[in-house]
Design a protein around this ligand. Structure first.
Ligand code: HXC
Ligand code: NAP
Length: 293
């Protein structure tokens, strides 16, 4: 057994249908592959139909599962409703919504136009609530239970982060929605959870957050106590668990998967990581010798 293997039982998602926004690339594509391997039918949606169709063809070929590619800009509620209708028409129902689509780029906030700020917040926050609202209304009206919503946020949803302020604002909003609806919609049999990933290399994120030479200079894995980036399968295992019936009593939680990264920056004395054993000897001598006033 390794962290690069699928964790759940074969057939876990037999008969289930799952919608993954932003499922044509990056982590959305990886999750889609794993959900298919576990027997799900998957709808992937984003703005670029060509990218989606290529992913759908590749993953259907690879797994033998069924993927429907639907063009949908999550910022537009009518497109979200149409995407839901297409999913229901193809697979008869939807069991899970994964709000994974996002927009982000690194920039000092004062360099952003208000339109740039809107763009990121609209994709991340408006996009997530558009999808959640449309799917939730549908499930409630149909009196369908046993549904799950999984929101992909980040650890800076609660710490904030310089240079990605629109994204931090939007992800914080998505986290607020996660916890609020976990309570409000539990009575309808809808569980709502979130995952907060640390660095998981994807082209979409890396090109926009650590472009060119900055990738090596700011090697993100150096910030992680485990000194490595995340493996996509690690995140896929967690996502599959959280949307499956195995996690039936988990509701309203956000699970961090970041190798300890955000806590590394948070602990007052974490900088002492750099202290050598000789220096620790010195420190111990000084501390033991300390006299009270
Ligand atoms: C300043 C910028 C900019 C930049 C765009 N804008 N890029 N401003 N610096 N680098 C401005 C534009 O000038 C414009 O404002 C406004 O933003 C909208 O830009 P468009 O290009 O018209 O928007 P659009 O085509 O909708 O593209 C959205 C996007 C793009 C967010 C800008 O990057 C995108 O499509 N991203 C999708 C994928 C993605 O971002 N993946 C990364 C997710 S990683 P004006 O004023 O000129 O009209 C993540 C967390 C990672 O979320 C955490 C890692 C640990
Ligand atoms: P990615 O490959 O760029 O994925 C983002 C996806 O969102 C793309 O497929 C994009 O497709 C879609 N998208 C963007 N705008 C959209 C819109 N308006 N409507 C519908 N779809 C839209 O990046 P990723 O790294 O895999 O990110 C996936 C998720 O993980 C995001 O929520 C991100 O915030 C989160 N995350 C990633 C990391 C990381 O280290 N990679 C860390 C923390 C959190 P189109 O361009 O075709 O629309």
């Amino acid at each position: 057994m390794t962290n690069l293997e699928g964790m759940l039982k074969e057939g876990t998602f037999n008969g289930k249908s799952i919608v993954v926004t932003g499922g044509g690339t990056g982590l959305g594509k990886s999750m889609t592959r794993y959900f298919l391997q576990l027997g799900a039918n998957v709808v992937i949606s984003s703005r670029k139909l060509e990218v989606l169709q290529k992913t759908a063809d590749e993953l259907m070929q690879e797994t033998g599962g069924q993927v429907l590619a639907v063009q949908c800009d999550v910022r537009k509620y009518e497109e979200v409703e149409a995407m839901l209708a297409a999913a229901v028409q193809k697979f008869g129902k939807v069991d899970t919504l994964v709000n994974n689509a996002a927009g982000n780029f690194i920039s000092p906030t004062e360099r952003l136009s208000h339109r740039a700020f809107d763009t990121v917040v609209d994709i991340v926050l408006r996009g997530s609530y558009n999808c959640t609202l449309a799917f939730g209304k549908y499930w409630i009206k149909q009196q369908e239970t046993g549904k799950t919503v999984l929101n992909i946020v980040t650890t800076y949803a609660w710490t904030g982060s310089a240079y990605v302020v629109p994204s931090a604002c939007a992800k914080a909003g998505v986290l607020g929605m996660t916890r609020s609806l976990a309570v409000e919609w539990a009575k309808y049999g809808i569980r709502t959870n979130a995952i907060a990933p640390g660095p998981f290399p994807t082209k979409g994120a890396w090109d926009r957050l650590v472009p060119g030479e900055f990738r090596d200079k700011l090697d993100l894995k150096n910030r992680v106590p485990l000194k490595r980036a995340g493996e996509h399968q690690e995140l896929c295992n967690l996502a599959a668990y959280l949307i499956s019936d195995y996690s039936g009593y988990i509701n309203g939680d956000v699970v961090t998967i970041d190798g300890g990264e955000w806590l590394q920056g948070a602990g007052e004395f974490n900088l002492f990581d750099a202290v050598t054993p000789q220096q620790w000897d010195m420190i111990e001598t000084m501390v033991r010798g300390a006299k009270s006033e």
